[in-house]
Design a binder for this molecule. Structure first.
Ligand code: GLN
Length: 485
């Protein structure tokens, strides 16, 4: 009987190939756990018959000798990816029960590799938030502490992996939504280079930033899966024309000779003392293993938050205009004329956060304010990207915090500005389109996990994963499990 809820993708793959477990058995096991831990509220749509059909198809492939290393491995998808067989809601009332006529490219590719979908994961509405408190379908619990947020916007993804309800999950990261929830729940998360994974079928929030990625128990698990997920998509005009690669190839290479930049000045900004200490312990570990630690300064990075909330809201206001009660989803039941129908549908369908962002975005794009806000933000965005590219001439990767503190309490950041400010360490890499990784590096005295972020130049995912694997080979923070699961 299979009973290892926290098994790695790598070990599941070995067991499946050796026929020690079947894909169907794994699917049934995780479906049962999802049912047992419904109170976490990580899943928005579970359809066992669809999952089992995929599992049986995977078993047939394994039997026929046509399996990939991912065939039969269960995965759950953030409800930002559209799926034909599960409802796609973006955690919004606007899209309640919406069935997409096609699968997102990321979903399709992972299914083609043989992965078995367990269902759709809760998140912040339209991926707007840092604590998963903005879902129209209720908050998600942090398995480590039920009074704390699981992070956002991919809070269902982080909670599902941390609670052993899925060995791996997709997420999306626009300004930190994979890295921050990974840090808050003690899992490993990677946001690849912007444009590497297709955006086709990812419900759009801020198109110049939205990036699909993964959350799992280890860098190795992310590396094994990422290769099947990315690659050029002619159906996405922002897709990078670059083929996928073997992201596992540097996992055993160590960090000898790697130049790791540490922006200590930036790290002074409100950083919790224990988190700072945990980060320094990783830096010391890398130095001890032959990396060269370089002091760097990123003075532009502190401008990330204001720039992001201008650019992201501007793009959101444009993207969300497609929800008008005519083409998709929710339509108000009572109205006088077409304008009234649209107004009421949007008023009743959107939650407070999307409305707030639509208003900010419309304002910064409006005549008279466009130059002062939107154009200025775009210019500063370029300066932030340039600063990173200059820095990457003298370092191979940057090590810095993911968040200034551990997971916050529900309701603690009810004021939107305080929530926005919590993204200070994740946003700069997003604005520059850089790959970023978050991995566990300790448990705080408050009992909640702590994480560290690694950022690399464009297309250096394999190196980030390799550096993370070096740490994870000799430490066990990524193996810690919350009590009660
Ligand atoms: N917390 C950020 C926001 O609210 C990032 C969200 C994201 O990356 N999707 O916009």
């Amino acid at each position: 009987m299979f009973d290892d809820a926290f098994a790695s993708v790598a070990s599941l793959s070995r067991k499946l190939q050796a026929r020690e477990v079947s894909a169907e058995e794994l699917a049934r096991f995780y479906l049962q756990r999802i049912d047992e831990h419904k109170n976490v509220n990580a899943f928005l749509d579970v359809r066992p018959e669809e999952t089992l059909a995929q599992a049986r198809a995977a078993d047939a492939k394994i039997a026929a000798g046509e399996a990939t290393p991912l065939t039969g491995i269960p995965i759950a998808h953030k409800d930002i990816f559209v799926t034909r067989k599960w409802a796609s809601t973006a955690a919004s009332r606007m899209l309640k029960g919406y069935m997409s006529p096609f699968d997102a490219t990321v979903v399709r590719k992972l299914e083609a590799a043989g992965m078995v979908c367990l269902g759709k994961l809760n998140c912040d509405e339209f991926a707007m938030g840092s604590g998963n408190e903005n879902s129209a379908y209720g908050r998600v619990l942090n398995p480590w502490d039920h009074s704390a947020v699981p992070g956002g916007s991919s809070g269902g993804s982080s909670a599902a992996v941390a609670a052993g309800l899925a060995p791996i999950a997709t997420g999306t990261d626009t300004g930190g939504s994979i890295r921050e929830p990974a840090a808050f729940t003690g899992v490993t998360g990677i946001k690849p280079t912007y444009g590497r994974p297709s955006r086709l079928g990812m419900i759009a929030f801020a198109s110049s930033l939205d990036t699909a990625g993964l959350l799992a128990h280890s860098a190795e698990d992310c590396a094994m899966t990422l290769g099947a997920m990315v690659g050029f998509d002619p159906m996405d005009s922002t897709s990078v024309n670059r083929e996928t690669e073997d992201f596992t190839r540097l996992l055993d290479d160590g960090v000898k000779g790697l130049r790791i930049g540490v922006p200590r000045l930036w790290m002074k900004e409100g950083l919790d003392a224990e988190v700072a200490e945990a980060i320094e312990s990783v830096v010391e570990f890398y130095a001890h293993h032959g990396a060269q630690i370089v002091d760097i300064d990123l003075p532009m990075a502190k401008l990330g938050v204001p720039v992001y909330y201008v650019v992201a809201c501007a793009e959101a206001s444009s993207n969300l205009s497609r929800f008008d009660g005519v083409r998709y989803g929710y339509r108000a039941s009572e109205y006088q004329d077409i304008e009234d129908m649209m107004r009421r549908s949007r008023d009743e369908g959107f939650g407070a956060e999307p409305k707030r962002r639509i208003m900010i975005g419309t304002y910064v794009l409006s005549h008279g304010y466009y130059d002062a806000y939107y154009l200025k933000a775009q210019k500063v965005r370029r300066l932030i990207a340039d600063e990173f590219h200059r820095t990457f001439k003298s370092v191979d990767l940057i090590a810095c915090p993911v968040t200034a503190s551990t997971a916050f309490q529900f309701g603690e950041k009810a004021d939107p500005v305080s929530a926005y400010l919590s993204d200070l360490y994740t946003i700069p890499a997003s604005l520059a389109g850089l790959p970023g990784l978050s991995m566990p590096c300790g448990i705080h005295s408050n009992g909640r996990p702590m994480g560290i972020q690694l950022i690399g130049e464009h297309f250096t995912e394999a190196r980030l994963l390799g550096a993370a694997a070096t740490w994870q080979r000799e430490t066990d923070w990524h193996c810690k499990q919350p009590n009660g699961y």
